[in-house]
Each structure stands twice: as structure tokens, then as C-alpha cells.
Design a protein around this ligand. Structure first.
Ligand code: HEC
Ligand code: CU
Length: 351
């Protein structure tokens, strides 16, 4: 008996641990604790739908168990045929009307919420951002502000922000569960979705449509900040100086190496590029969406991006084919890239 209770206790501890660990790190990767308009509305629909399903389940199960008990074959009645009910109008009407009513209860809020989420009446006067999904990263362009960036999408709190979304290769799906629902990102027709965040914070996003080798690593963030911080960020991004010369000689050498081996795909400043735009890269939350933002990880990324994100677009880099960037070079480049910060480039503009 004691042993049996111990097992139950271990099992519950194990379950609790699983629950806690599953939330580690990506703690707001959940649709159940909404921090934005889209997520809140979606959760309402989820709760209504699940409630209806639970009611149906409980009622059906109760009737099922009752019928099992009541109509069991009894001794001496083995050959009895129960009363037949086919063609019973009342029963037919009851089990047709009840599901129709339940479907109406689910359909009305679902359709209302779907239309609310597709509302574009404020699009003209709001911040518009062009989002492009690429294997396996996200490009963000603020056309009005003339800013380009990747992986970290900055938006102000409490404002509708419209995302105009396309893919440059296969279908991806843009999903930040705490802020909004999923939206497919297609190669040829643009989809629009708005996001309105209620609380400042860094919200974790994922690609939610299988898109290749590193699909599961196609993570990104929405960084929600106050209006003042947002304005400051915009100003800092607009003031990015591609010609910025770092102080230390090693970082200066890193800059030269970067220009030789990396600038064919990357860009600093408002210039189009095949790979991620690295303006103010030093201020980012992560590297390539999934790696810790540290010099060590950056060096590893430069030397062997395949080990971090299989099949990604950087593997075509010529320096990886001819091994022209040594570990020492990578360290210099990393030092330079991490100095691409608003506070380094424009000391006056930093808070
Ligand atoms: C062939 C084009 C190409 C070349 C050349 C190239 N990269 Fe990349 N780089 C990419 C692509 C594409 C990605 C996005 C990878 C992903 O996340 O899927 C990337 C990602 C990155 C990232 C992460 C960016 C982010 O938004 O977090 C850094 C940092 C980076 N590259 C640095 C370098 C450095 C340093 C060099 C030169 C030594 C270099 N790259 C050369 C294409 C290139
Ligand atoms: Cu994807």
C-alpha cells in the first residue's frame, strides 16, 4: 500500500516538473495568458468552444452510463426484444435541434472575432510594417520610417500595428501566441494582420508552418516598448551609420573582414540585403533568433552556422567554402558586430 502511494507521489512530482520545465525560457510562448488584443479575443473563442465540448461530453457520457446500467440484459429476459423507437419524431427533432443550437453558440462569437481581427479601418493611420518570412528568419521593414531589421520586431505598447506579410520562398506562418493568432505568410499574395500589445515585454514568436530543415528554429521576438522608447529606437535606427569606425584596432580589423566576407549578403543601415540587416545588431536580444546574444555564440555562429541552424541561407557564404575566415578573424568580426549599438554609434542619442 505504502509503495503504491509513493509511486503516485513520484508521478505527480514528475508531472509538476514537466509542467514547470516546459515553460522554461520561452515563458510567454502560450496562448493561455494573452497580452494582446488578438490573443485575448482568440482565448474567448477557445473557452466558449471548450465549454460547449465539455458539456456535450458530460451529458453524453451520463446518458451512456445510465443506459448501460438501466438496459442491461436481465436474467430470464435473454430473448426479449426491447421497444423499438425508429421514426420517433420527438427524438429526431431533439437530436437535430440541440447540435444546431450548440453550433450557433460556437459560430456567432467565432465569426465575430474573426471579423474583428481582420479589421483594417485604422490601417492608414497606424504603423505599417512589411514582414517577410525567409528560410529560416524574419525580415522586418518599416517603410515610412525607412528602417530595416531582422528577428526583433519593435512595436509601441497599446497601439494597433499592421503587419503586411509575404514570404520570399515557401509558406511560413507568423505566430506570437501571447499577442495574436497565426497568420500564413505566402510567396505571392500578401496577408495583413494587426497586433496590439497591452503590456511591455519581449514576446516569443515561432514559425508555425513546416518550412524545411530549421523550421523549428525559426524563432523571433516582438519587443513591446513604451511610446518614448519606441520613438528613441526609431531615431537610433535611422541614425545608424554604416561607416561607423569602432575604437579598438581589433574591432576595426573585424569591420574590414566583415566588409570582405559578409557584406555581400548582410547590410548595416537602410539598404536591401539577401541576409538579415544587422543595423544596431549589438542591441538585439538573440542571434539568428535562437542563440544567446554573446560573443562566444556569435563566434561559433560565424565559424559553423550549419551546426546551429541546419540548411540555413548563410551556408552558401564563400568564406565557409574556402575557409578564409579563421577563428581569430571570427573573434574580431564578433567584436565589431557587438559594437553596432545605438550607444556606441551615437553616444548623444543614448538615454
Ligand atoms: C551567402 C550570404 C551570407 C553571407 C556571405 C554571410 N551571411 Fe550571415 N546570414 C545569412 C543568412 C541567410 C542568415 C539568416 C540565417 C537564419 O537565421 O536562417 C544570416 C545570419 C547571420 C547572423 C544572425 C542575424 C540575426 O538577425 O540574428 C549574423 C550575426 C551573421 N549572419 C553574420 C555573418 C558574418 C559575420 C558573415 C561573414 C563572416 C556572414 N554572416 C556572411 C547570409 C549570409
Ligand atoms: Cu518557416
Amino acid at each position: 500500500m505504502k509503495e503504491w502511494m509513493g509511486k503516485i507521489r513520484n508521478l505527480s512530482l514528475f508531472t509538476l516538473m514537466l509542467l514547470l520545465l516546459s515553460a522554461c525560457g520561452k515563458d510567454n510562448l502560450t496562448a493561455l495568458v494573452p497580452k494582446g488584443y488578438g490573443a485575448e479575443e482568440s482565448l474567448r473563442v477557445i473557452i466558449i468552444t471548450i465549454t460547449v465540448m465539455i458539456v456535450v461530453f458530460v451529458v453524453v457520457m451520463a446518458i451512456f452510463v445510465y443506459v448501460l446500467m438501466k438496459f442491461r440484459q436481465k436474467k430470464g429476459q435473454e430473448n426479449m426484444i426491447p421497444k423499438q423507437t425508429e421514426g420517433n419524431k420527438t427524438l429526431e427533432i431533439v437530436w437535430t435541434v440541440i447540435p444546431i443550437l450548440l453550433l450557433i453558440i460556437i459560430a456567432v462569437p467565432t465569426i465575430a472575432v474573426t471579423y474583428n481581427l481582420a479589421d483594417e479601418t485604422e490601417k492608414e493611420d497606424s504603423i505599417n510594417i512589411n514582414v517577410t518570412g525567409k528560410q529560416f528568419w524574419w525580415h522586418f521593414e518599416y517603410p515610412e520610417e525607412e528602417i530595416q531589421t531582422s528577428q526583433d520586431l519593435y512595436i509601441p505598447v497599446g497601439q494597433k500595428v499592421y503587419l503586411n506579410m509575404l514570404s520570399s520562398d515557401v509558406i511560413h506562418s507568423f505566430w506570437v501566441p501571447a499577442l495574436s493568432g497565426k497568420m500564413d505568410v505566402n510567396p505571392d499574395n500578401e496577408n495583413t494582420m494587426f497586433i496590439e500589445a497591452y503590456e511591455e515585454g519581449v514576446y516569443w514568436g515561432k514559425c508555425a508552418e513546416f518550412c524545411g530543415d530549421s523550421h523549428s528554429l525559426m524563432d523571433f521576438k516582438i519587443v513591446v516598448v513604451s511610446q518614448e522608447e519606441y520613438d528613441q529606437w526609431v531615431a537610433d535606427m535611422q541614425n545608424v551609420d554604416p561607416e561607423f569606425v569602432p575604437e579598438s584596432t581589433t574591432a576595426q580589423e573585424g569591420k574590414a573582414l566583415f566588409e570582405d566576407s559578409c557584406l555581400s549578403c548582410h547590410a548595416v543601415g537602410n539598404t536591401p540585403s539577401v541576409g538579415p540587416n544587422l543595423s544596431n545588431f549589438g542591441d538585439r536580444t538573440m542571434i539568428a533568433g535562437v542563440l544567446e546574444h554573446s560573443e562566444e555564440e556569435l563566434v561559433e555562429w560565424i565559424l559553423d552556422p550549419a551546426s546551429k541552424k541546419p540548411g540555413n541561407g548563410m551556408l552558401d557564404a564563400p568564406y565557409l567554402q574556402d575557409d578564409s575566415v579563421s577563428e581569430e578573424d571570427a573573434e574580431k568580426i564578433a567584436e565589431y558586430l557587438l559594437q553596432l549599438k545605438a550607444s556606441e554609434i551615437n553616444p548623444d542619442s543614448a538615454e
